[in-house]
Ligand binder design. Structure first.
Ligand SMILES: [Zn+2]
Length: 261
């Protein structure tokens, strides 16, 4: 990757000038809660649980961006403050409850409080993505939007069989190419639009950062028990890179051979 990490208050950008097509987004990268929100009234356990962030997702996103010579843009605050994969009008952008966890600091927010969070968390994240996309377009550099997430192995008491989900909205080109990759590990349980799909409202980033600009896009969800150690992250990262790279080449977004081979 090119360039030094830059950290704005609410957004982290690594490799802004990277040459590869991958623009890796990680909206749920962090569980930090700025002091002014008083921890949202969460218990210490809830504040670091999967409700607050996607454990392992940032590490995986960093790995993928590096491996694909791409750019990483990650949120630096908890999705319970503002979920950057949700539009401002969605209740789930600042949820009062997430799975089994109550979020006292999100109950009864005023319009002004919602607007403050939207302006200080969501808008800077979107602006960072727009700026990187615009700079790439100016350089005539192909871009594919790849959002990286992790999910809990047990949800509402149900164990999930899916290990990796390849998610898409109406534009499935990149997801199809990844799912058809010959590099797919035979024993890995990979499903299309699982454990979530567009009907769950999880494709907001794909819609506004990918589809709206005509950019190929995909969301990758990895079960978080597979991302517990740096070795886990490297294993899954390598598997995913081996599937994504030929998909980018297939779609004509990345040359075969050269620096990215
Ligand atoms: Zn997520």
């Amino acid at each position: 990757m090119q360039g030094e990490p830059q950290t704005d208050a609410m957004v982290e950008i690594i490799g802004a000038d990277a040459k590869g097509a991958a623009l890796v987004l990680c909206e749920h990268a962090a569980h930090a809660i700025p002091e002014r929100y008083n921890g949202l009234g969460l218990t210490p356990e809830a504040a670091v649980s999967h409700a607050a962030w996607d454990p392992g997702a940032r590490d995986l996103a960093v790995y993928l961006a590096d491996c694909l010579d791409g750019t990483l843009i990650a949120a630096t605050v908890s999705r319970l403050v503002y979920d950057c994969n949700r539009p401002p009008e969605a209740a789930s952008a600042m949820p009062e409850k997430s799975e089994l966890i109550e979020v006292p600091g999100n109950v009864g927010l005023t319009d002004a409080q919602r607007a403050e969070r939207t302006d200080t968390v969501y808008r800077p994240f979107c602006a960072a993505v727009s700026n990187v996309v615009a700079a790439r377009q100016q350089r005539r550099q192909p871009t594919a939007v790849i959002t990286v997430h992790s999910f809990t192995p047990v949800y509402y008491g149900e164990t999930r069989e899916t290990e990796i989900g390849i998610l898409h909205d109406c534009d499935s080109d990149l997801a199809d190419a990844i799912l058809h990759s010959p590099a797919k590990a035979a024993e890995r349980v990979i499903h299309r639009n699982q454990p979530y799909g567009p009907e769950d409202g999880v494709t907001h980033s794909l819609q506004i950062h990918g589809m709206a600009h005509g950019l190929p896009n995909v969301m990758i969800e990895v079960r978080n028990d597979l991302l517990q150690t740096p070795e886990d992250v490297a294993d899954i990262g390598q598997e995913l890179c081996a599937m994504i790279r030929p998909a980018l080449i297939d779609l004509g977004l990345q040359p075969e051979g050269g620096a990215n081979a």
